[in-house]
Design a protein around this ligand. Structure first.
Ligand SMILES: Nc1nc2c(c(=O)[nH]1)N[C@@H](CN(C=O)c1ccc(C(=O)N[C@@H](CCC(=O)O)C(=O)O)cc1)CN2
Ligand SMILES: NCC(=O)N[C@@H]1O[C@H](COP(=O)([O-])[O-])[C@@H](O)[C@H]1O
Length: 214
């Protein structure tokens, strides 16, 4: 099966993008990032992509009349890269139902909380203010419900007595950079399984490494 085509959407620093770039380069992910799209210009994540010779696009949401108009342009742009997977990596725009539906089952997000706790923003401070003893990060499929999609993988950290939102964010980032590439690779392996299942279902000969099915 061909290598998975990955489009990554960012809004800022792109440290999760960098983790996926590195994993692709080390062959830990059987895929290639074919585009990095940002809704904000001049963010460091764009520099990371350019250093890795990945095509970059800035689609500034401030230049559109409405959320729907933005998402329509975003869909059109994403489609030009024919991705198998769309990865939200610190992408800070709520997506409209039309876009989410189009990529249903093919769009992942990383969210800095132990979902379903603390959907939305400002999760680290909310966990501290609630007196939680643990916090974490979730990778989930994107659905219309904000941060409400099926969770694929989580990682936990303890909240220490002197923790601040910044100190939590730092330790959460370390966990993010481990689990996001793992989930992206898992998704690429699922694609292969689905191709084999389809081949069996359609009574076709499997690729050389698979057995013939009557
Ligand atoms: N329909 C969905 N859209 C998005 C999802 C989702 O699950 N369903 N995940 C988010 C990612 N996210 C948290 O993980 C998130 C991103 C942005 C916001 C938000 O309130 N954005 C504001 C603008 C904020 C800003 O520009 O700083 C907005 O869009 O008006 C909440 C949660 C990505 N989209
Ligand atoms: N609600 C979405 C959200 O808050 N996402 C968070 O933004 C950061 C992006 O960092 P990065 O740009 O360095 O990857 C990450 O911590 C991610 O969990």
């Amino acid at each position: 099966m061909e290598r998975m085509r990955i489009a990554v959407l960012i809004s800022g620093s792109g440290s999760n993008l960098q983790a996926i770039i590195d994993a692709c380069e080390k062959q830990q992910i059987n895929g290639d990032i074919v585009a990095v799209i940002s809704n904000r210009p001049n963010v460091y994540g764009l520099e990371r992509a350019e250093k890795a010779s990945i095509e970059t696009v800035v689609l500034d949401h401030k230049e559109f009349e409405s959320r729907e108009a933005y998402d329509s342009a975003l869909m059109e742009k994403i489609d030009t890269f024919t991705p198998d997977l769309v990865v939200l990596a610190g992408f800070m725009r709520i997506l409209t139902p039309g876009l989410v539906q189009k990529y249903k089952g093919q769009m992942l997000n990383i969210h800095p909380s132990l979902l379903p706790k603390y959907q939305g923003l400002n999760t680290h401070q909310r966990a501290i203010d609630a007196g939680d003893k643990e916090h974490g990060v979730s990778v989930h499929f994107v659905t219309e419900e904000l941060d409400g999609g099926p969770v694929v993988l989580q990682a936990k950290i303890n909240i220490l007595p002197d923790d601040t939102a910044d100190s939590l964010a730092k330790r959460i980032h370390q966990k993010e950079h481990i689990i996001y590439p793992l989930v992206v690779q898992w998704f690429s392996e699922q694609r292969l399984t689905m191709e084999e299942d389809n081949a069996v279902f359609n009574n076709k000969k499997l690729p050389a490494h698979g057995a013939d099915y009557a």
